[in-house]
Design a protein around this ligand. Structure first.
Ligand SMILES: [Ca+2]
Ligand SMILES: [Ca+2]
Length: 221
């Protein structure tokens, strides 16, 4: 049974059979919006672009690495170019999905960061995952306007979900109404073992720049 994550919850990465979760996916599944137009006769699909990202910190809370979409050029904010791999290659992002599911829920995650904890560089002490709604002309709404959006940790691949370890629903949460960014949670080392803390804090951030700054400032330790 997958854990339904609640805000503030801390969990061990231990599976029901006692083994440790080491290779897994952190993924987000969401759908485009279908609007009825012309008295319900015509369906208009509104693309929704969510972006899954993460920041990696050392034990002092200093940012040592990042993953966000390479389509972001944030040089004006003095932020590095987006990239899909962590420097140690322990984490890999499957790529920026700009639309969401077009034909209803396909049960697969649209953006995934694969994690191999055994390869994470020794100087990385925590990894904070966050989600933004990309601000474009297509969709200017908040999480509650999206038909479904959930984040989960699971074992498997981008195209095959073997076992879901933990899940967090975004679109149905009342505290995500009016919000466009979510600090999902963090993996962190504690006494030599990796653990996960569900954060679940949502914000109105209209740009990922605000969320990156926020995560670097408030969630580094
Ligand atoms: Ca995206
Ligand atoms: Ca999907």
């Amino acid at each position: 049974m997958a854990i339904r994550l609640e805000k503030g919850q801390r969990i061990n990465l231990e599976k029901t059979n006692g083994s440790k979760l080491t290779n897994f996916c952190v993924g987000c599944n969401w759908g485009a919006i279908t609007e009825k137009r012309f008295f319900g006769l015509v369906d208009k699909v509104v693309d929704v672009d969510l972006d899954l990202s993460c920041l990696l910190f050392d034990a002092d809370g200093k940012v040592v690495d990042h993953i966000w979409s390479p389509l972001y050029n944030l040089s004006k904010a003095n932020l590095p170019q987006g990239k899909l791999d962590s420097n140690d290659r322990a984490l890999h992002h499957t790529g920026d999905d700009l639309t969401g599911d077009q034909n209803g829920d396909d049960g697969l995650d649209n953006e995934i960061i694969t994690v191999d904890l055994s390869r994470v560089n020794n100087n990385v002490n925590s990894i904070v995952f966050f989600l933004n709604i990309y601000n474009n002309d297509e969709y200017q709404g908040d999480f509650s306007g999206i038909p479904y959006a959930s984040i989960r940790m699971y074992e498997g691949t981008a195209t095959k979900v073997r076992e879901v370890f933990a899940q967090y629903d975004v679109a149905t949460r009342t505290d995500c109404i009016g919000k466009r960014a979510l600090v999902m949670g963090k993996l962190y080392r504690h006494n030599g073992e990796w653990k996960f803390a569900a954060i679940g804090d949502s914000f109105e951030d209209r740009s990922i720049v605000f969320t990156i700054a926020r995560v670097a400032r408030d969630y580094s330790k």
